[in-house]
Design a protein around this ligand. Sequence first.
Ligand code: CTP
Length: 446
Amino acid sequence: MKKVITYGTYDLLHHGHVALLKRAKALGDYLIVGVTADGFDKERGKLNVSQSLAERIENVRQTGIADQIIVEEYEGQKISDIQKYGVDIFTVGSDWVGKFDYLSEYCQVVYLPRTRGISSTVLRASAKPALKVGILGVDSMAERFFSEAKVVSGMEVTSVYDADPQKVTKFCRGKGGLERLESEQDIYAGCDAVFINTPADEHYQQILAAIEAGCHVICNPPMFLSREEANECYQKADEAGLVLFEGIKTLYFPAFEHMLLLVKSGLIGTVKDIDVSCSQIPEHMEQVVKNKYLGSLYDWGTTALLPIIKIYEAECLDSQLINFQTEDFSYFTRGLLRYQNATASIKVGKGMKVEGELIITGTKGYLYVPAPWWKTEYFEIRSEDLRNVKKYFYSYEGDGLRYMIYSFLNAINDPERGLQHTRAEVLRATAILEKFHQGGFTRIEM
Ligand code: CTP
């Protein structure tokens, strides 16, 4: 019996898929179809698949063409499937020509003609008009947001505003179709969602104005500097049925998600301490120091607090913050946080550099993420026996921002799913920033 295997996402099954499956079946006697798992699609940067794995499997099953359906969960699984199932022919559509030649070591590789004029991407795009997103505040982050948003189907960055017209002119160069608007208000009025990319002290008013205009919000962290303001904004967003999303990109990196799962599964025992550092020496420090809201804890605090907030899932009982500063710009903040039976320490720098690593200490071992941990790709679990180090690697696509943008879009399209970064978690981090913002730290002159 000649066994054939093929793989795909099979989202919104269309006649191109059916034709491919028929051609694949005709190559042999028994057809195995591998349907990609949700997590695997996400890891390989295929975002915005509309249907769940169960629905996609059902799509394939209903064609009646497949003799066996399996789930493709990880990079490299194809070789093991070919060996495990005794496959004679591997096949996919001609859009993949050359990509799977390496499998010819294990079986015959056949690229079948792809049906023209149809794809899941086209169907997704026609199913719903793209969400119009405006960018408020132009800098390198806005550049990255713009280019990463392009790979997330279902949304489009349509307009931009910044108080500095020169910056907007530069930003719009080479970005045909992007509309430059005259005011913040125009952004809220003309878009379905806004990316608020301004210093932290401007967020509260901008969020309120966006909600007032019926705009969903994705906001650079910290979204809020006070819990009172946060609660007010959340309440107004709820009343208006809008999403308020704090855009901490690290949270959505595949490696960070896996790391949290491993810690929660008890692999390093009970977590007793978390030590986390982040810093940056910006290119134009002389410009940065002009705005205190770009200083150490304002800029990095939310990211540094992320693993602590996510792992401890509890209120911080007590915190001590020490801040190095000149006038009111903070260059470096060191914080010691006490939780119920656990501690954490943070070091954040702007214009000062520290090793940007993350160490999560448990009763059975510790998890170590090398610098820069906030762009996590790799981490290790270490224990008493240093020869016994477990290494984990999960790559990310592009700049990594796409996972966060994708999650924002999902939060809008599927409100039932709930946010990955909950309101309670945002408020816990805000409490610490609020203390800092109100001067609750020991000051050391630079
Ligand atoms: N396929 C095909 N003809 C099409 C679309 C897909 O022959 N018009 C084939 C692909 O080459 C692949 C299989 O169907 O072998 C599953 O493809 P999948 O990536 O799930 O479908 P697409 O429609 O290409 O999805 P997307 O637009 O999301 O990339």
